[in-house]
Design a protein around this ligand. Structure first.
Ligand code: GLY
Length: 263
């Protein structure tokens, strides 16, 4: 049946930046109560993540670990990138401030760059692009000043920008992710929001909330392993799936999208 579903991909990615977790990874920030991560297993899971991105057609820029920043494998929070330009963020938790410096060095030769400046705070995990729309989650990590600075840059580039309060989750994309083709994965926190009524919404089952952060990359949707209902819902939409074990990243409040910057 899948062959009759016509899927498009308006924003094909060609590259991704990833960063290996450091030996200090277990000292990072977490609220999960899932126990201490095993760095060797985390490295294996990172290898599998990189292989999945290569299977999706991406050329990888793999950065060395930085033990000074235990959360620095979650590169998505340090920049917002489109195919034409990027915005270097200003992470909202002071323990992560400074991770963006290395990412700026990597992106500078590749894209026109802007920056979020103090008192703005903004993390990429709070920013979701859905075709010509950008949604900015106002969370503990992204404040009004950061949101306004980003919105000004994006509207100057003719994107529509919406800001959405995020109350019970770390980042906006912990709970909402756009797959393309008007398909949106949605945590129950956002079910009643009018902003998303025009999308074809898949509401994530209560026990599968971690899988709301599934990731469309070109012809595939990457789904965390162990969430069969979400996997089946995404398959029914007609997508090819890659399943990945993410246990050691879930322990540190990290998801599939956080582990790379795709452009
Ligand atoms: N451990 C990821 C974060 O809190 O940003």
């Amino acid at each position: 049946m899948n062959s009759i579903i016509h899927l498009t991909n308006k924003s094909m990615f060609t590259k991704a930046i990833v960063r290996r977790p450091a030996h200090t990874y277990a000292n990072g920030i977490t609220t999960s109560n899932l126990g201490k991560p095993d760095i060797n297993l985390a490295l294996k899971q990172h290898d599998a993540y990189c292989e999945a991105l290569i299977k999706c057609g991406l050329e990888l820029i793999i950065l060395d670990p930085d033990p000074n920043f235990p959360d620095s494998c979650f590169v998505e929070d340090t920049a917002v990138v489109t195919n034409d330009f990027g915005i270097i963020t200003r992470p909202g938790d002071s323990r992560r401030l400074g991770e963006e410096v290395e990412i700026k060095k990597v992106l500078e030769p590749l894209l026109k760059l802007y920056s979020i400046n103090a008192p703005g705070k903004l993390e990429g995990g709070d920013i979701m692009q859905a075709d010509n729309n950008f949604y900015i989650g106002l969370s503990n990590r992204t404040n009004l000043s950061g949101s306004k600075q980003l919105a000004d840059i994006l509207t100057n580039h003719n994107y529509e920008v919406y800001s959405i309060p995020v109350c019970n989750l770390l980042h906006f994309k912990t709970g909402v992710n756009y797959l393309g083709d008007n398909n949106l994965l949605l945590h129950r926190e956002f079910c009643s929001k009018d902003d998303f009524k025009s999308y074809n919404r898949t509401i994530i089952d209560n026990e599968e909330e971690y899988a709301a952060n599934s990731l469309r990359v070109n012809d595939y949707v990457i789904v965390p392993k162990g969430f069969p209902k979400t996997k089946m819902s995404i398959e029914k939409l007609g997508y090819k799936i890659i399943e990945l074990e993410l246990s050691e990243y879930q322990k540190m409040d990290g998801g599939l999208s956080c582990l790379s910057l795709r452009f």
